[in-house]
Design a protein around this ligand. Structure first.
Ligand code: ADP
Ligand code: MG
Length: 300
């Protein structure tokens, strides 16, 4: 393509809210035949809500949620925000909730949180976090987790003094149009992959909804592992684009041939990306590839 064609291509992109950071980014996009999508906030809406609470012990919901919120209010994680938002319903004053004091707060990345509240040790998170604390997962908790996962929800457990007392089901639905984007990409001979730090059960359920299956689903992935998987796809011959929105995604955005950040995402992701989808529309992944194909394919 001539420099003029590249300028035109970048300009058309910009006018459509697809910010392409330079000619190299525009050129690489036409070779893309594999796209790795982050799950949370990219394929899903990214605003999780608590949809179900199950108590395993005879305790008052209000007390339960005070302990959980006091712990989670110290975390920036979207799941933590969902839990605190929901807990407000059970407090005295929904608008101005006052949570009990928490000390020794710790956030265990990709697993959950822990704190001491009212002299009790509260641990909130996934199975591997419970195992780390030597907390036994009772059969009825396992059942509830499986049920949540089957519904494409994330199940998290709450333990008090190393005893599981409740399970929360949290839902983060797919973005409208996500399934169609995957199906159009398929017709464009582009393979779609979904990667997430979430558990396998939930990941497989949500992937099935969006039309991604089998070896194209990658769950329980840490940020560095997201980048490693991108490199593996490259090593097996794919030209890979990564689409993500979070801090977690930036190593993978950098590793990919083309990193695409959702405009509403974190500054770090936007910084790491080659292309920014300013309107935060998933459809613009297709816009970007189309534009690059139109600019580069015929002339070669
Ligand atoms: P994602 O890549 O989907 O953003 P993370 O790697 O951040 O996922 O988290 C993975 C899992 O760890 C979550 O699905 C959840 O089970 C657990 N987890 C992480 N942070 C928290 C938290 N603050 N409270 C409860 N569970 C958490
Ligand atoms: Mg995300």
């Amino acid at each position: 393509a001539t420099p003029t064609a590249v300028m035109v291509g970048t300009g058309v992109g910009a006018s459509q809210g697809v910010l392409i950071k330079g000619g190299q980014a525009l050129e690489s996009a036409h070779k893309v035949n594999c796209i790795v999508f982050d799950k949370t906030g990219t394929l899903t809406v990214g605003k999780p809500v608590v949809v179900n609470t199950r108590l395993l012990k005879n305790m008052v919901l209000r007390e339960f949620y005070e302990l959980v919120a006091a712990t989670e209010v110290n975390s920036e994680h979207p799941l933590a925000k969902a839990v605190v938002e929901y807990a407000k319903k059970f407090g005295e004053d929904e608008e101005n909730p006052i949570w009990p004091e928490a000390r020794d707060f710790a956030s265990i990345t990709g697993h959950g949180v822990k704190a001491i509240v009212r002299n009790k040790e509260i641990v909130v998170g996934n199975k591997s976090l419970m195992l780390d604390y030597n907390i036994i997962i009772p059969a009825d908790a396992e059942d509830m987790l499986a049920e949540a996962e089957g519904l494409a929800q994330t199940g998290i457990m709450v333990s008090i003094d190393r005893e599981v007392v409740g399970v929360l089901a949290i839902s983060d639905p797919l973005k409208p149009g996500a399934r169609e984007v995957v199906s159009i990409l398929k017709s464009m001979k582009v393979r779609s992959i979904m990667v997430t730090g979430d558990n396998w059960g939930t990941a497989n359920s949500i992937a099935r909804e969006v039309g991604i299956e089998g070896t194209s689903v990658i769950a329980e992935a840490k940020p560095e592992q997201k980048a490693e998987r991108v490199k593996e796809f490259q090593a097996s011959g794919y030209t890979v684009a990564m689409v993500g929105d979070g801090i977690n995604d930036s190593p993978a955005l950098v590793a990919a041939d083309v990193g695409m950040a959702i405009g509403a995402g974190t500054d770090i992701a936007i910084e790491a990306a080659d292309i920014v989808l300013m309107k935060s529309n998933l459809e613009d992944v297709i816009t970007a590839i189309d534009l690059s194909r139109k600019t580069f394919s015929r002339i070669r």
